[in-house]
Design a protein around this ligand. Structure first.
Ligand SMILES: [Zn+2]
Length: 97
């Protein structure tokens, strides 16, 4: 899967639990390699929320040099993902469909 972030394509790759690129988390964002790592075997909703989290890291990384703290990325990703997931009418209003 390819995710376009601010005009740049990032490949999403699944790697096993404990893979060094995961850095003791379920996912990671690597700007230099243009890769997003997601731990394989996660529950589908956890995998999707993790990808959303890593996309926010990507946007944050590419917009500002000092970036948001991990806890802020976590808060934003959980709240935004849950809000979009729980409100299909809002998704349709915003993005069509
Ligand atoms: Zn993170």
């Amino acid at each position: 899967m390819i995710v376009r972030i601010l005009g740049h394509d990032f490949e999403v790759v699944e790697v096993p639990e404990g893979h060094p690129q995961l850095e003791n988390s379920w996912g990671s964002f690597n700007h230099d390699e243009q890769l997003i790592y997601i731990q394989e075997g996660l529950a589908p909703t956890v995998a999707k929320e993790t990808l959303f989290h890593e996309i926010l890291h990507g946007v944050d990384n590419m917009v500002v040099s000092d970036g948001l703290a991990e806890r802020d990325i976590f808060r934003l990703s959980v709240v935004l993902y849950a809000t979009l997931l729980d409100n299909p009418m809002i998704r349709n209003y915003l993005f069509g469909g």
